[in-house]
Design a protein around this ligand. Structure first.
Ligand code: ATP
Ligand code: MG
Length: 579
């Protein structure tokens, strides 16, 4: 095995593998160079998402022909004059970007310093391909053509022009947000896509993020232990399915750092569903000695000396801002948003389960009370609406919600929650009236259970009997069921008994008989009710609505959640801008 020094072209190609992954990463390097050269105007032109052409022109300090030749050599940089890599404030410092890109493309570098003539150097895949005078205003222009044309291993990882363009646009946006004082233009396939005038950071961010953020955003400005965090984040209700609008900056450097992304996520924990993502543009300022930017070849990650302090500032700062906003935003939302849902919810503490809310495991699917086959899923709104408060069923959504048309608006009912409540109220009314109707089973059912479960059920047999559930001990580990509450209809008796046994164990001797009965009734009701996911006929839906109208407390389910909501005609009109 003989060890040899690699030739410079190969070294550059290896470096290119790290720095330049796709047109957007080459574009990022060129814009960073322009910004480091103190440009006030950066113009970007792309063709085919950068696959054909990436060109960046700036009005920065420019380079002399000698500087240009040096710039194309590896490890040549003007950005570390006193070798102080721990104090670096420029985007670049590795002196690698230009030679790396030049080794995997056709690169043209044109530059002119003020008061001198312009010069141009062509490089073809790392080889000099001519140089000479060039006519251009003071500044620098870099053209990259045919990126990876001669590097098939890379080429095949490139995506469609469309996808590459999206990545380029993202790169431009990030750097434009980081440098709000610089003017930018972006042209793609000959069309002007972006024009950004120099502005203050908030205005620049606003210009590049969703306009909706004006209404749904929360401003951030907090300081702790020499760290400062500013920017804007979205209210939890204004979120996205992908995390594509999260712009994070450390000392004006765009980063995709895992620590920061994780802290942003943590700030929204339990405010936002797991698969949804907030929008954010956050600027973190850290004393430069607290930060190491030299940890990633493309410099998109950084390392903090005190990572916990950074995490704490982000989570604490965002959480505080969101909490403060939660009171105000509700009021503001109502004023701004045309929608106001009328909800039926009122809290009935007596009926709400105790902490650890979960209902005892419902083992088997209850068979429904309504036994006819589904007849139809929707009814066209042709006949006049009779004056029922909860309206006439027009259809079912997601086999879970009934949509009804009332005289004064649109009603949506959670079928399971509503029906559970109805069964419970029926049972309670029957019990209070002393008229508990029971339905004897033609053949008593034998239900096998664990012995302790049987013991518990046996000890409660009297109370259960009062509610129409007649059971007897049947050997060591079985119960015999003779009758079930009539309110239940057909039900899965085995599942019901298992749940009741668990329920009784959970309640122990802590509650009064009445409360215990209510709990037991709730469990029974849950078993007897129409499940979410069951397709209902129009007749079934209407029957449910009519019964809700005459049943007390039917506006909330047994767990205190609303069973229906109404959107009034006025609200609907506002939604469509008719009012
Ligand atoms: N647009 C530009 N205007 C003026 N000088 C430039 C420009 N682009 C590059 N240079 C000069 O060329 C040098 C090399 O650029 P290159 O991008 O290869 O390395 P760098 O920016 O120093 O470090 P890095 O590899 O981290 O980007 C820079 O240090 C700078 O002096
Ligand atoms: Mg650079």
């Amino acid at each position: 095995m003989s060890i040899r020094r690699l030739p410079p072209e190969l070294i550059n190609r290896i470096a290119a593998g790290e720095v330049v992954e796709r047109p957007a990463s080459a574009l990022k390097e060129l814009i960073e160079n322009a910004l480091d050269a103190e440009a006030t105007q950066v113009s970007v032109r792309l063709y085919a998402g950068g696959l054909e052409l990436v060109e960046v022109t700036d009005d920065g300090c420019g380079m002399t022909p000698d500087e240009m030749r040096l710039a194309l050599e590896r490890h040549a940089t003007s950005k570390l004059p006193d070798d102080a890599i721990d104090q670096v404030t420029s985007f670049g410092f590795r002196g690698e970007a230009l030679p790396s890109i030049a080794s995997v493309s056709r690169l043209t570098l044109e530059s002119r310093v003020r008061g001198a003539d312009g010069w141009k150097i062509d490089i073809d895949h790392g080889q000099p391909a001519g140089e000479g005078p060039a006519a251009l205003p003071p500044g620098t222009r870099v053209r990259i053509e045919g990126l990876f044309d001669k590097v098939p291993a890379r080429r095949k990882f490139l995506r469609s022009p469309r996808a590459e363009y999206a990545a380029c646009l993202d790169a431009v946006k990030r750097l434009a947000m980081a440098s709000s004082g610089v003017a930018f233009t972006l042209d793609h396939d000959g069309k002007r896509i972006l024009t950004l005038q120099p502005s203050e950071p908030p205005a620049r961010v606003a210009a590049l993020l969703s306009h909706e953020l004006e209404r749904h955003g929360v401003g951030i400005d907090c300081t702790r232990d020499g760290l400062r965090l500013t920017g804007v984040i979205s209210l939890p209700t204004f979120n996205r399915g992908v995390a594509d609008q999260q712009y994070l900056f450390v000392n004006s450097r765009p980063v995709k750092d895992r620590l920061l992304v994780g802290a942003l996520r943590a700030a929204y924990r339990d405010l936002i569903a797991r698969d949804r993502h907030p929008i954010a543009a956050l600027f973190l300022e850290v004393p430069s000695g607290e930060l190491d930017v030299n940890v990633h070849p493309a410099k998109t990650e950084v390392r903090f000396r005190d990572a916990a302090a950074v995490r704490g500032l982000i989570i604490g700062g965002l959480r505080h801002a969101l909490d403060e906003e939660s009171g105000r935003s509700a009021a503001r939302e109502q004023a701004a948003a045309p929608v106001m849902w009328t909800s039926s919810a009122t809290y009935d503490a007596r009926l709400v389960r105790q902490p650890g809310e979960e209902a005892p495991a419902i083992v088997a699917e209850a068979r429904a009370l309504f036994d006819h086959a589904p007849a139809a899923r929707a009814e066209p709104a042709v006949e006049p609406v009779p004056s029922h408060p909860l309206g006439v069923a027009r259809g079912q959504v997601a086999a879970t919600y009934i949509v009804a048309e009332a005289e004064d608006g649109l009603v949506i009912v959670d079928q399971h929650a509503a029906h559970e409540r109805l069964v419970l109220e029926r049972m309670r009314a029957a019990r209070e009236g002393g008229t508990t109707a029971r339905q004897a089973l033609l053949l008593p059912e034998v239900i096998e259970l664990e012995e302790p479960e049987c013991d518990r059920l046996e000890s409660a047999a009297g109370e259960l009997g009062e509610m129409g559930l007649e059971i007897e001990r049947f050997g060591a580990s079985a119960m015999l069921v003779r009758a079930v509450p009539a309110a239940l209809g057909k039900t899965d008796v085995a599942g019901l008994l298992a749940d009741l046994a668990a329920e009784i164990a959970e309640l122990g001797g802590a509650l009064s008989l009445r409360d215990k009965l209510d709990h037991v009734a709730a469990t029974i009701a849950c078993h007897g009710s129409v499940r979410a996911g069951r397709v209902l006929s129009v007749a079934e839906m209407n029957a449910l609505l009519r019964e809700m109208e005459v049943t007390p407390r039917s506006g909330q389910c047994n767990h205190g959640r609303p069973t229906w909501v109404k959107l009034g005609h006025g609200e609907i009109e506002k939604l469509f801008g008719r009012k």
